[in-house]
Ligand binder design. Sequence first.
Ligand SMILES: Nc1ncnc2c1ncn2[C@@H]1O[C@H](COP(=O)(O)OP(=O)(O)OP(=O)(O)O)[C@@H](O)[C@H]1O
Ligand SMILES: C[C@@](O)(CCOP(=O)(O)OP(=O)(O)O)CC(=O)O
Length: 396
Amino acid sequence: MHTVTCIAPVNIALIKYWGKRNEELILPINDSISMTLNANEMCAKTTISSWETFKANRMWLNGEEVTFEENARLMRCLDGVRRLAVANGALKVPLNWKVHIASRNNFPTAAGLASSAAGYACLVYTLARLYGIPINEELTAVARQGSGSACRSLYGGFVRWHSGVLDDGSDSVAKQVVSPDHWPNMHILILVVNDARKKTPSTKGMQRAVTTSALIQHRAKVVVPRRTEELTEAIQLRDFNSFAEITMKDSNQFHAIALDTYPPCVYMNDVSHSIVNFVHAYNEAVGSLQAAYTFDAGPNACLYVLEENVPQLLAAIQLAFPNDLVPSVEYLRGIQVPNFGSQNEKLPSKLSDADFLEKRSKNVLKYIIHTKIGNGPSQLSDDNSLLVDGLPVSSL
Ligand SMILES: Nc1ncnc2c1ncn2[C@@H]1O[C@H](COP(=O)(O)OP(=O)(O)OP(=O)(O)O)[C@@H](O)[C@H]1O
Ligand SMILES: C[C@@](O)(CCOP(=O)(O)OP(=O)(O)O)CC(=O)O
């Protein structure tokens, strides 16, 4: 039996992918740029075994068996990697042997935290390791067919997904813009917002936007091409001010498109909007853009902030969004910050202004994940396997 275990990171888009020109191949209408997050705090972990005695392709996600052969996206990833294996002449594992796959996310699945990006990237990366093929742009085109945003999780640092122009999608690939070492003090705080409402899944929301939004083509053809160039330059120059402005504007435009969809897709909630107001008030009080927000297809906020400014921003968040769980590792997850919650941090006097401290109830944030820029996927040693004799460890 051949078995391989790997982990893959989450990525969060700064310039959003929203809208497809081909649903089946998952070809986008515009380029997007993302930052890969450190896998220590959030990752998907996948083990794949292949053996001649396996009767069917099977998969367990977070310990529960899920249908595999009926899932077109999963099958496209498996077939895509096998095709590359044939093309590469890499036949380490016979292609007619079935696979058993176990995957776990160390953060909530399908909760608007980009589990599909980490999950499909991990699947494709682990298959590539199993069959012994190289990790390259062709492989990102396979991951893209699992979930569009997954192609960006095959690289660390800042990554650009080029929409491409070809009908077969072979030029719709992800490329690294810069490695994580280029901007190592880039940190992220994910503010997980309490929310009971069910969102429209990204796949459906963007489909409806392409057919009904009058603004989306202007975004794809005029706004995004300019923004991707400006953001790339800001990243290359480590210009946080420009980085922050472009990121916030693109998040706002993405949600404007969602609202311009008919019927509209409402992803942000009242708490999300008060986080937006908070970030602008905070930046004004500190006299420069020190924090930037972005929101995906849900209410949770991702804040970008340089490492040296994290303690002050966290103290301000606690002032504006007080929480009974502070201080605790249950509330501030991931990278710990000394003295968090002790009110030792000096805040500019302007931060006590009334418009900064909007009237709001306590405990509107569920928890915060503190992480930083990270590397792409990696292979783990055999003792990390989620499968024993081809069955998930938990089911033995
Ligand atoms: N580790 C994994 N391995 C394979 N597939 C996964 C994994 N984790 C999640 N998925 C797939 O992604 C789906 C969840 O995607 P969905 O887009 O609903 O949520 P999300 O990615 O967490 O949120 P969002 O896309 O809004 O950020 C799961 O139902 C599953 O099909
Ligand atoms: C808002 C986004 O997170 C949308 C992600 O959409 P998905 O990649 O989940 O969609 P499918 O390709 O249909 O699987 C923006 C982004 O990540 O660029």
